[in-house]
Design a binder for this molecule. Structure first.
Ligand SMILES: [Zn+2]
Ligand SMILES: [Zn+2]
Length: 240
């Protein structure tokens, strides 16, 4: 799982003030390396009798892109050609990746995540352990899959495992358990006639949501997510 998917999206490109030469080099890196086999050509699907074009299919996996009207033709060819064509890693390293997988290779992803983490760290409110108090903390590479019930246990585990003491850990925030009245009603009405929902008033929906909110609160379900807006600075040495 991409644990950094919750990080705020950075505004603007990560690489700033790229000079034109650097930009050109980057664009060149986006081109498939010489000698890369051309992706298989899209297949045109035509009707047996009229020889009328009805769709294009990916030359590799056979996924069909229909041509409903003349205007769709170009788009269908484009989609069929791009379907299984390898795409360059977004990190600009020049590696070609499957279009159906992750958009960055592992090293580029690691670098990207590190850059995002650094940017989030700079923006985050810095707390002392005393200010944060007891509470779930997160740091990739530590604890149980990154999480520990509090800072002391994370540090204790790190010491026990012989991992260097982290300079900081992320605060965590609880993810509320919620059920959506509209989703539940929509699911329940799926097999009913089209106008069935009209019989349910807005007030009735509000009452159901109020009940669901209360009910959810009564359930002891707490999932923690890293809170990338608050970071806890870890003192260099253990106290005492
Ligand atoms: Zn394909
Ligand atoms: Zn890459």
């Amino acid at each position: 799982m991409d644990v950094l998917s919750d990080l705020p999206i950075l505004e603007g490109p990560v690489v700033r003030d790229a000079d034109p030469a650097e930009q050109a080099a980057h664009e060149q890196a986006q081109q498939p390396p010489p000698g890369t086999p051309a992706p298989p050509k899209p297949l045109a699907l035509v009707t047996e009798d009229e020889q009328r074009l009805v769709a294009y299919a990916c030359g590799k996996c056979g996924t069909v892109f229909p041509v409903w009207k003349d205007g769709d033709r170009l788009q269908a060819v484009e989609f069929a050609a791009a379907c299984c064509a390898p795409v360059p890693c977004l990190g600009g390293c020049g590696m070609l990746l499957s279009p159906k997988g992750l958009r960055r290779c592992a090293p580029c992803r690691e670098q990207y995540d590190a850059e995002r983490e650094r940017a989030a760290y700079e923006k985050a409110a810095k707390l002392t352990p005393a200010q944060y108090g007891d509470g779930m903390v997160y740091r990739k590479g530590y604890g149980d899959d990154g999480y520990a019930p509090d800072l002391d246990s994370l540090l204790g585990q790190a010491e026990h495992a012989g991992i260097p003491r982290p300079a900081y850990v992320w605060a965590c925030k609880p993810r509320p358990f919620k059920l959506d009245a509209q989703d539940i009603v929509d699911a329940g009405l799926q097999d009913h006639h089209d106008d069935a929902a009209e019989g349910i008033s807005d007030r009735a929906m509000e009452r159901l949501q109020e009940f669901l909110d209360l009910w959810c609160k009564e359930q002891d379900i707490t999932t923690w997510d890293p809170d990338y807006s608050r970071v806890i600075l870890v003192p260099a040495e253990a106290e005492g």
